[in-house]
Design a protein around this ligand. Structure first.
Ligand code: KG4
Ligand code: ZN
Length: 357
């Protein structure tokens, strides 16, 4: 089957065509991503209203490009999938409504995908990873440890109690005047810095649960930076290196606890999978490899372009759901909040809306 996937939950307008063969293998036929980074850069973060308007302007062209690059027609599609949340609601509405229009016009099944489920299932598209596996989802909006037991079957093992991990990178970059998005910039500075120069805290380390907290780390960093201001280039590099080292240590400790919980509550994991934009960080990937090895499993880390937001992950999740007969009606609602462990086989519908078929 061939599915069109549409992603508009944050600051990427993306569309892709993905094929799923009957034996469950995936093939990306096209994957078009338009980043709005330039529009948001001067604000140091994503501005929801700007994002929604930019999605409206771009979505038609991005979908047309994805169709053309795959040499495919709407009529030949087997289904249309869109991220129906969680995310910035203005953007979610744009993508989901567009998908509904295409599904209605061409009489195709609609699949309303949870954006996090898209991240969670990407390892099956890229590596064919069998269930169950332990997922570390690390992005600008999310930090979660999940037991992935099947399509629509997720067990939350831990998450952040305050900032998301990518948000911590972005705020660090902002504080140090590096720009946006902060992750890649902090990582670059860290390569020439001294990770031991500043004694930053390792929040939550040593606890039995798999929860994270990043706001104390951010505050500690601000205090250290204020103490030595004005900052030299070397100070900035050392602060970045010390921050990144603290994050890496925290992730190592928290995931070790998460993998223990996975064994107790799910069983032996077939892999430790990382997903989300922060999974592009090389220092982090290195320790995740070590951690997976230590836990007697392997690390599956999709290529960075499939770790950050994209349409292929939505198309693939749509294909996995459609293969199980899980489709949605045209009254399915966009959702700003939609925890992954609340993904069910029958998503809630809008009240009073028109029903398909
Ligand atoms: O998954 P994503 O593209 O969007 C969502 O948040 O859903 O993730 C973006 C986040 C940003 O916070 C960005 O700073 C972070 O991922 N990021 C990184 C790196 N590349 C992107 N963080 C650390 N190191 C990186 N190399
Ligand atoms: Zn994402």
């Amino acid at each position: 089957m061939v599915i069109l996937g549409i992603e508009t939950t944050c600051d990427e307008t993306a569309a892709a065509l993905v094929e799923r063969t009957d034996d469950g293998r995936g093939r990306i036929m096209s994957n078009v991503v338009l980043s709005q980074v330039a529009e948001h850069a001067e604000f140091g973060g994503v501005v929801p209203e700007i994002a929604a308007r930019a999605h409206v302007e771009a979505i038609d062209h991005i979908i047309a490009k994805a169709m053309a690059e795959a040499h495919f027609s709407f009529n030949s599609l087997d289904g249309v999938a869109a991220a129906a949340g969680p995310g910035l609601i203005g953007g979610v509405i744009v993508g989901l409504t567009t998908a509904k229009a295409i599904a209605l016009t061409h009489d195709k099944p609609l699949i309303a995908v949870n954006h996090l489920e898209g991240h969670a299932l990407t390892a099956r598209l890229t590596d064919g990873t069998p269930f169950p596996y332990c997922l570390f989802l690390a992005s600008g909006g999310h930090t979660q440890v999940l037991g992935v037991r099947g399509v629509g079957d997720y067990l939350r093992l831990g998450g952040t109690v305050d900032d998301a991990i990518g948000e911590a990178f972005d705020k660090t970059a902002k504080l140090l005047g590096l720009g946006y998005p902060g992750g890649p910039l902090v990582e670059k500075e860290a390569t020439r810095g001294d990770p031991k120069r500043f004694a930053l805290p390792r929040p939550m380390a040593g606890r039995n649960d798999a929860n994270f907290s990043f706001s104390g780390l951010k505050t500690a960093l601000r205090i250290e930076a204020t103490k030595i201001a004005p900052l030299t280039d070397q100070d900035v590099a050392d602060l970045c290196a010390s921050f990144q080292q603290a994050v890496v240590d925290v992730v190592m400790d928290r995931l070790r606890a998460g993998l223990r919980m996975f064994r107790d509550r799910v069983g032996t994991p077939n892999a430790l999978v990382c997903a989300g934009g922060v999974a592009a960080n090389q220092a982090l990937r290195k320790v995740l490899h070590r951690l997976a090895f230590e836990a007697g499993t392997m690390l599956v880390a999709p290529p960075p372009a499939l770790c950050t937001d994209n349409g292929a992950m939505i198309a693939w999740a749509g294909a996995e759901r459609l293969a199980l007969g899980l489709t949605d009606t045209l009254d399915v609602a966009p959702r700003a909040r939609w925890p992954l462990d609340q993904v069910t086989k029958t998503p809630p519908a809008l009240k009073f809306a028109h029903r398909q078929g």
